[in-house]
Design a protein around this ligand. Structure first.
Ligand code: PLP
Length: 445
C-alpha cells in the first residue's frame, strides 16, 4: 500500500479516539529513530511530543528491541498468576528507582487501569470510599479514570461514571482559582491557600469517608502545572492527619521527565500508592504499574484482591521495561534530562521575551508548556477550555508542515521531547516554534 491507500483505509475503517471521525488528521508514520520519525513519503518530523508523551528514551533503541526479541524467543507469554524471571527482575529494577518505602508492584496495561487499581486498593486498605482529585488533571480515558480526571472532557460521560469522586483545585499561579488575576502571590501563600482549600473540602466531605487523594505530582496534559515548594509535603501531611491514602499519578511526570526519576522526588514526598506507565517501557510495549507501601499490600494478605486482567505484566512488556530502566541508568538519562532541561528553560525564556502571544512559559526538566493568550495583561486565553481555537489549530498544522510534531491542549502548547534530545536538536525545534509564533503575534494584535 502507498501512503494514500494507508490513509484512505485507516480513515474509512479505523475508529479514531480523542477525535471526531471526520476530523482525524493522522500522519502516515512509517519509521522512527532517535528524536525523529518519518512518514511514508519520507518527510521527517522532530518529535516534540515523544509521540504520546511516552517515547522518553527516543525511538528505535536497539538494546530495548533486543531484550524484547530475546524474551519473545524464551517465553512470549505467561499469565499474571505466574512467577517469571522478567517479573522478578522488573520488581528489583523498580526498587532501585522508586521512592524508598514503595515495595510491592501491581502490573497493569497502562496508566488508566493503574489509577483505577490504585483507587480500588486505597478503598480496600482504608475501608473508606471517596476519592478527591484535582480539577485540571488527566488520569485516563476508561470510565473510572475519566471520572477521576478533572477537565471538561469528562463531563460528557457524567453523571456518575464512578461515584464517590470529589474534585478540588490545585495550585496554579497563573490562573489561580483562589486569587485575583495578576495578583502577586508568594510560594508560601500559594501553598497555604491551596492547602487550606483542600483541608476545607476534606472536613466538609468528612475525613471518615475519604479513602484517597489522587493527583499528578506535576500536572501534565492540563498545562505542566508545577506545584510550589511545600505543597506536596502539605498534602502528605493532610493525608497523614486524616488517615487518607496519598496516591500520586506519575504516569506522565515519571521516568525522568522532570529531571528526577519521579517528580515527587523533587520534594522528597513518598506517596502510599504511586502509579506509572508511559515512560516505564519507553513506549516500546504497553505497561503500567502501581507501586504501593507494604501496609497497603498487607491489607490483602488474607482477603482476595478482586482484580487482574489477562495481559497484566506481559513478559515482553516487562522485558522492555527492564531494558528501558537499564538503558536509562547506563546512559545517565535522568541526569542528562536535568541538564538539557536548563537549555530548554533558557530557550523558553527567550521565546517568552520575544512573543507577546505567550502569557506564561514554564518547565521542569524536559516537561514544558507555553500558555498562549490574546492579551498579556488581561491573560485572556487564546482558546477557552473545551473550545478549539482556529489560531492554535493553524499553529500546530504549520509546525507539522515545517517538520515539528507537537501537541496543544486548549490554549497550551505542550513541549515534551524525548529525554535523549541533544541541545542542537532542541534548538532546531525552538527555532521552528519561534517562527510559527511570530504569525500568532500578528493575529492577536
Ligand atoms: N495519568 C496521566 C497523568 C496521564 O497523562 C495519562 C495519559 O496521558 C494517563 C494517566 C492515562 O494513561 P494511559 O493512556 O496509558 O491509560
Amino acid at each position: 500500500m502507498d501512503k494514500d491507500e494507508v490513509l484512505a483505509t485507516c480513515m474509512k475503517h479505523n475508529f479514531w479516539t480523542w477525535s471526531a471521525q471526520n476530523h482525524a488528521h493522522p500522519i502516515a508514520v512509517e519509521r522512527a529513530e532517535g528524536v525523529y520519525f518519518w512518514d511514508m513519503d519520507g518527510k521527517r518530523y522532530l518529535d516534540f511530543n515523544s509521540m504520546v508523551m511516552c517515547a522518553n528514551v527516543g525511538h528505535g533503541e536497539p538494546r530495548i528491541r533486543q531484550a524484547m526479541i530475546e524474551q519473545i524467543e524464551t517465553l512470549t507469554f505467561a499469565g499474571p498468576h505466574m512467577a517469571t524471571l522478567p517479573r522478578a527482575r522488573i520488581c528489583q529494577k523498580l526498587l532501585e528507582i522508586v521512592p524508598a518505602g514503595l515495595e510491592k508492584f501491581l502490573f497493569t496495561l497502562g496508566g488508566a487501569d493503574a489509577n483505577e487499581n490504585a483507587v480500588k486498593l486505597a478503598r480496600g486498605y482504608t475501608g473508606k470510599f471517596k476519592i478527591l482529585s484535582q480539577y485540571r488533571s488527566y488520569h485516563g480515558a476508561t470510565f473510572g479514570a475519566l471520572a477521576l480526571t478533572g477537565d471538561p472532557r469528562r463531563t460528557s460521560w457524567e453523571p456518575g461514571v464512578m461515584p464517590g469522586v470529589v474534585h478540588f483545585s490545585g495550585p496554579y499561579r497563573y490562573r489561580s482559582a483562589l486569587h485575583a488575576s495578576g495578583e502577586v502571590i508568594s510560594d508560601e501563600q500559594l501553598c497555604r491557600d491551596y492547602l487550606h482549600h483542600l483541608e476545607n473540602i476534606i472536613r466538609f466531605e468528612g475525613p471518615e469517608t475519604i479513602a484517597g487523594i489522587l493527583m499528578e505530582s506535576v500536572t501534565g496534559t492540563n498545562g505542566v502545572l508545577i506545584p510550589p515548594d511545600g505543597y506536596l509535603a502539605g498534602v502528605r501531611a493532610l493525608c497523614d492527619r486524616y488517615h487518607i491514602c496519598l496516591i500520586l499519578d506519575e504516569v506522565m511526570a515519571g521516568f525522568g521527565r522532570t529531571g528526577k526519576w519521579f517528580a515527587c522526588q523533587h520534594w522528597g514526598v513518598t506517596p502510599d500508592i504511586m502509579t506509572m506507565a508511559k515512560g516505564l517501557t519507553g513506549a516500546y510495549a504497553p505497561l503500567g504499574a502501581v507501586a504501593m507501601k507494604a501496609e497497603v499490600a498487607a491489607a490483602y494478605n488474607e482477603k482476595v484482591y478482586q482484580g487482574g486482567l489477562t495481559f497484566n505484566g506481559h513478559p515482553v512488556s516487562l522485558a522492555a521495561a527492564i531494558a528501558t530502566i537499564q538503558m536509562m541508568q547506563d546512559d545517565h538519562i535522568v541526569d542528562r534530562a536535568a541538564q538539557t532541561g536548563q537549555v530548554f528553560a533558557q530557550e523558553l525564556k527567550q521565546l517568552m521575551e520575544k512573543h507577546p502571544c505567550i502569557g506564561e512559559a514554564r518547565s521542569i526538566g524536559l516537561f514544558g508548556a507555553i500558555e498562549l493568550v490574546k492579551n498579556r495583561s488581561s491573560r485572556e486565553p487564546l482558546a477557552d477550555y473545551n473550545a478549539s481555537s482556529p489560531t492554535i489549530k493553524t499553529l500546530v498544522n504549520d509546525l507539522e508542515s515545517a517538520g515539528l510534531y507537537i501537541h496543544a491542549h486548549w490554549n497550551v502548547l505542550l513541549l515534551i521531547p524525548p529525554l535523549i534530545i541533544r541541545p542542537e536538536e532542541l534548538r532546531e525545534g525552538f527555532a521552528l516554534i519561534d517562527k510559527a509564533l511570530t504569525k500568532v503575534d500578528h493575529e492577536i494584535v
